[in-house]
Write a protein that binds this ligand. Structure first.
Ligand code: PEP
Length: 250
């Protein structure tokens, strides 16, 4: 039985004041959230501050990215050892905004996935197709390519302690959610592809859905057999909305 996970990706949002308010709201409502793992991924500069706010709670911390290198002359980067040092348990890698705006290739994402794992962080590997790719009928081809790059570098065993987030690019921040059936179809494909390498790993891995998940559509999405929770952008910035999503997963 896979335990659901709901992770909030705060992206480039927040101030100390707004984050204090958001976290306070989350902490107040967490007692009503059932058997679900919950994590938040603040901007790097606020991670340590949020760690202090979350002390003693069941909300875990994650980062929105991680450098593929562990130390050295890489100006502006934040490494896996640093993220562990400030209390992160998860690291998002390959978010579509990193891939499209910052030009991260499948190979670089695979190296970031490896960096997270070797530093004791659970990678949340984001995969997903653009609207053009979906309309061109190559959704599975794209998702397979993104996963295969990690398989080639790290092997199937690495997925035993990883999370995958299927995030159709056309649904991120657009208000257009994939239907539960569309999402389930791709989740099933991803699990099936991993099962071709190792059935046990495929059965155990949590595959999250991301893309305009809200309090109002979460339960239906999470009701699908291969959807094990969500990676939440915009709605994770509003405590009540995020808590509703967490409750739907639990
Ligand atoms: C995301 O950025 O990972 C995401 C899913 O964003 P949103 O929920 O805002 O679509």
């Amino acid at each position: 039985m896979r335990k659901p996970l709901v992770a909030g990706n705060w992206k480039l949002n927040g101030t100390r004041a707004s984050i204090d308010e958001l976290v306070q709201g989350l902490l107040q409502g967490m007692s009503q959230v059932g058997e679900t793992d919950v994590a938040v991924c603040p901007p790097f500069v606020y991670i340590d501050h949020v760690r202090g706010l979350l002390e003693g709670s069941r909300i875990d911390l994650g980062s929105q990215d991680v450098c593929e290198e562990d130390k050295g002359a890489f100006t502006g980067e934040v490494s896996g050892p640093m993220l562990r040092d400030v209390g992160c348990s998860y690291a998002i890698v390959g978010h579509s905004e990193r891939r499209s705006i910052y030009g991260e290739s499948d190979e670089l994402v695979a190296r970031k996935f490896a960096a997270a794992r070797r530093n004791g962080l659970t990678p949340i590997l984001c995969v997903g197709e653009t609207l053009e790719e979906r309309e061109g009928g190559i959704t599975e081809e794209v998702v397979a390519r993104q996963i295969d790059a990690v398989l080639a570098l790290e092997g199937i065993a690495a997925f035993a302690d990883a999370v995958i987030a299927y995030e159709p690019v056309w649904a991120i921040g657009t208000g257009k959610t994939a239907s539960p059936e569309q999402a389930q179809e791709v989740h099933e494909f991803i699990r099936g592809r991993l099962a071709g390498h190792d059935e046990g790993v495929a059965a155990g891995i949590r595959i999250l859905y991301g893309g305009s998940v809200k309090g109002g559509n979460a339960a239906e999405l999470f009701g699908k057999p291969d959807i094990d929770g969500g990676l939440i952008g915009g709605a994770s910035l509003v405590a009540d909305e995020f808590l509703t999503i967490c409750k739907a997963a639990g």
